[in-house]
Design a binder for this molecule. Structure first.
Ligand code: DX5
Ligand code: ZN
Length: 210
């Protein structure tokens, strides 16, 4: 059974409370919370205050994706704001210190790879990670088309013996979801696909049947 992490990046920023409820009511396992600094990726998104308000509004597992040049500066504030999982990029500064800090805080610990970064970069980290987030688009913007050369990377991570959760993020939809699951992905980040769905609960039920 695949899990779904609905990405609130794709929501209308004027209706965030409604978006959070829509994610919770549809039965998503996680809310995927994309944090961008305009340096590591060419876009800005939102900060810890929104996460804190979201967690006060709905009961959702907060899967925080830090697309930051120096994530170590923000691990603690997102943990204090309600993050249940924090994922940092292997390409970022202070990657090792960030992973150590997330683990020390007792949070689900994740590492993410941009499309151009080979799976091999994480080989020596596998026993420190609860999840690996495979970017299936260049990070920074929702609504892109999935880069289907990433299927090889998902299989390569499994072939390295990683038994934790593999999440895929970017351009995921009901058409490519079965292929992603067959390659070894457990959790599907869906932003555009989720918020464009006429019947979000039906979308979630279909993901759960994959
Ligand atoms: C990119 C973001 C997006 C978002 C999901 O940095 O991480 O991938 O979560 O985007 P879509 O709209 O493609 O599902
Ligand atoms: Zn993301």
């Amino acid at each position: 059974m695949s899990k779904i992490a609905a990405s609130i990046l794709a929501a209308n920023t004027m209706h965030m409370s409604e978006a959070a409820r829509r994610i919770a009511d549809a039965g998503c396992e996680y809310v995927h919370f994309d944090v961008m600094d305009g340096v590591f990726v060419p876009n800005l998104s939102f900060g810890p205050a929104l996460l804190k308000d979201l967690k006060a509004e709905v009961s959702l597992f907060a899967d925080v994706h830090l697309m930051l040049m120096d994530p170590l500066r923000f691990v603690d504030v997102f943990a204090q704001s309600g993050a249940d999982a924090i994922t940092v990029h292997v390409e970022a500064d202070h990657f090792a210190e960030s992973i150590a800090r997330i683990r020390a805080l007792g949070l689900k610990t994740g590492a993410s790879l941009k499309p151009a970064t080979p799976a091999e970069e994480l080989r020596c980290w596998l026993d420190q990670l609860d999840q690996i987030l495979v970017m299936t688009v260049e990070p920074g913007f929702g609504g892109q088309t999935l880069n289907d050369s990433m299927f090889v990377k998902i299989r390569a991570i499994r072939a390295m013996g990683f038994t934790g959760e593999i999440e895929v993020d970017g351009g995921v939809n009901l058409q490519n979801a079965p292929l992603l699951a067959q390659a070894g992905a457990d959790t599907l980040v869906m932003g555009t696909s989720f918020f464009r769905a006429q019947n979000p609960a039906e979308l979630v039920a279909r993901v759960h049947r994959i």
